[in-house]
Every structure is written in C-alpha cells, then in structure tokens.
Write a protein that binds this ligand. Structure first.
Ligand code: NAP
Length: 338
C-alpha cells in the first residue's frame, strides 16, 4: 500500500492534536509525520504510534516533500502558508475559514459532496467546513434527497473547545474560581462563560449576525450545492467542554413524517438516531464527546407549518467537526487521487 508524507500545521492546538490521534486511530498510511506549530512550541513532543515526535516551527520550507498537509494554525497563518505548501506539491486540507467560500476551492463533507474533492487540482487546497455546519449538513443531505428542503432555522449550543485550547482552560479556571470564591478572569470571551450562555460566536457584522452564523448559512448552500435552501442561524457558546448541540427546524417541499426521517437517518453512514424520549433517550454532548458519529433525536413534526420537522443534532466538534472530517478527506485523496 502506498504511504504518504503528512504534515499537521497547528499540531499543538485542540484540532491539530486530534488530527494526529485520528491519523493513528484510523491507520492512515503515514510514511513520515511532520508536526508544525509556532516558535512557542518548538521542542514540545506529541505521541504518534508510540513515538514522541518533536514539534517544529512552521516556515516556508516546511512542506518540501510533503504529500498532504492537514492545516489548523488559524486563518491568517493558513492564508499565508497553504498556498506556499500547495506550490511545493502538497495537497492542503485546511480547517480554518480562510478559503471556504472561494469559488474554485472545494468545501467538503465526504458524506455529502465527496465528488468535489477532485477539484483539489484547482489550487491544491481543500477546505474543511465550520464545525457547526458539518454536523448539520450530514443530516440535512439525507432529508433533502427525500423531501427537498425549503428552509432551515438553526440555534446552536457550542462547546468552548470550538474556540481552541485557551478557551477550554478559561472555562476550567472560571469554574474553579467560582467555587473558590476567587476573581473570575476573562481573556478569551468578552463575558464569563462558566454557568452562562453567550449569543456571540466570532465577530458581529453589519447585518446584525455573527460571522459564525453566516458561515452556517453560506457553507450549507455551497456543500449541499443548492443556493435555494434558505438558512437562518443563531449561534450560542455554552459552558460545555466538548460537543456542539443544535436545535434544527426544517421546512420541506413535501411531507416527511418523523418515522420516515428516523428510518432514512438510521441507514445513513456516520449517523446514529437516539430518539426514545419515553426512556429519556436523546443525543447529549457528553455522550458524543470522543465519538465519530453524528447523533440525532427529538425528531418531531413542526405543527406550525405544512411540512416541517424539528430535531436535535449533536456531534464532537473536534472530531467530526474538524479532525475526523479532514482525515476522511485525506483518505479519499489517498485512495482515489494521489
Ligand atoms: P488552538 O487550540 O488555539 O490551536 C492553534 C494552533 O495553531 C496551535 O498549534 C498553535 O501553535 C498554532 N499556531 C498559532 N499561530 C501560529 C503561527 N504563527 N505559526 C504556526 N502555528 C501557529 O486552536 P484550534 O481550536 O485547534 O483551531 C485552529 C483552527 O482550526 C482555527 O482556525 C479554528 O477556527 C479552526 N477550527 C477549529 C475547530 C474547533 O472545534 N476547535 C473546528 C473547526 C475549525 P502554538 O501552540 O505553538 O501556539
């Protein structure tokens, strides 16, 4: 079997760390693994297949001889280094928002639009969508094929790990400070996140939405390849460490019963239906954490419209929302294109 030289850019971050673990867990055919981060992390080690690999500083020479680059070093760093990597023959799978809406760069969730991966040839870059979008579109795709979606109204309950390792630390420290009756330190978020909900993810833009909300609108249309699907989103940060939850209301062109939706979704790869309210069974962030599947439940009719369903969708934002989706893309590249 062919093996590949792989680099992880942002390897010391929440997503990068999980990428390294996912490559190992899924036995991706790695010949050589290069771990890249900022100068702050040089000398740190990360374990891969029982070896302690040293972290190197990301620079313009980093991608010589590298076949696949899994990127999560932040938008501005990707914007600079992804084209440099691509120019040296490395195929970049980028987790940041830097390239997602570029028309000639594929934005891919393999369960939805795997065929778009071939367009990596345009610029040598494939974009990995936003974590909240990934878990929603996998569910929507199957329902859209069955009954054509007209409109989606989504509210998210997003974990702090979606902001990165500093935010995980901030929630931990605030909880400890509250119990210890010490001063609460706010560095990552503008308000206390412990025991609170912030209707504010990424920055606000002129239309009153946040960038995160508009990512859900625009990325959904691009991945589903249907500009007619109307989407509106409210994205909320909640004091959960791992796992994004979403309340999703979907209006269809034709009728789809909750039973039909459960039947369709129970056969969908990468999806688990957990929907038995009489036994208190529904998807929970604490159960999704560390898992690969997207969990869906609370499927019920929206009785206020002709053809509508409500549902609750939960997934691990660091795995399917980031690292796993990127490694799945790399698997398709390795199998079909490289
Ligand atoms: P994080 O935990 O803060 O990690 C950031 C990583 O980028 C670290 O490895 C950091 O290295 C590295 N980095 C920062 N500045 C750098 C520079 N100048 N040169 C090289 N490396 C640099 O953040 P994260 O949560 O992993 O997210 C990273 C990116 O992925 C973001 O763009 C984010 O939007 C995106 N993303 C995150 C999620 C999620 O759920 N967390 C999901 C999808 C996409 P040091 O340790 O050396 O500082």
């Amino acid at each position: 079997m062919k093996e590949f030289n792989v680099a992880v850019a942002g390897a010391t971050g929440a997503v990068g760390n999980e990428m390294v673990a996912t490559l190992e867990q899924r036995k991706f055919p790695v010949k050589n693994l290069k771990l890249l981060a900022s100068s702050r992390s040089v000398g740190n080690t990360i374990s891969f297949k029982g070896m302690d690999l040293k972290v190197e500083e990301l620079n313009e020479e980093s991608f010589k001889g590298v076949d696949i680059g899994l990127f999560s070093p932040g938008g501005s760093v990707s914007l600079k280094f992804a084209p440099i990597a691509a120019a040296s023959g490395c195929v970049v799978i980028d987790n940041t928002s830097a390239f997602r809406m570029e028309p000639d760069i594929p934005l891919v969730v393999p369960e939805v639009n795997e065929h778009a991966i071939k367009d990596y040839k345009n610029r040598g870059i494939i974009a990995n969508p936003n974590c909240s979008t990934i878990q929603m579109v996998v569910i929507l795709k199957h329902l859209h094929d069955a009954a054509r979606i007209k409109r989606v109204v989504v509210s998210t309950y997003q974990a702090v790990s979606g902001t990165g390792k500093k935010a995980i630390y901030e929630l931990e420290q605030q909880v400890l400070a509250i119990y210890g009756q010490n001063e609460i330190v706010k560095k990552v978020y503008p308000h206390q996140i412990a025991f609170n909900c912030l209707p504010h993810i990424d920055s606000f833009i002129e239309n009153g939405y946040t960038k995160e909300e508009m990512k859900m609108v625009n990325e959904t249309k691009k991945i589903m390849e249907d500009q007619n699907i109307q989407v509106t989103a409210t994205t909320v940060r909640v004091p959960v460490f791992y796992g994004h939850s979403e309340s999703v209301n979907v209006e269809f062109e034709k009728d789809l019963t909750p039973e039909e939706a459960r039947e369709i979704l129970s056969k969908a790869p990468g999806v688990k239906v957990v929907d038995n309210p009489s036994k208190n069974l529904y998807p929970l962030a604490i159960n999704a954490a560390g898992k690969d599947d997207i969990f869906v439940g609370r499927i019920r009719r929206d009785e206020s419209v002709a053809h509508g369903l409500n549902m609750w969708i939960v997934a691990d934002n660091i795995r399917k929302g980031a690292a796993l989706n990127a490694v799945q893309i790399a698997e398709v590249l390795a199998k079909k294109y490289l």
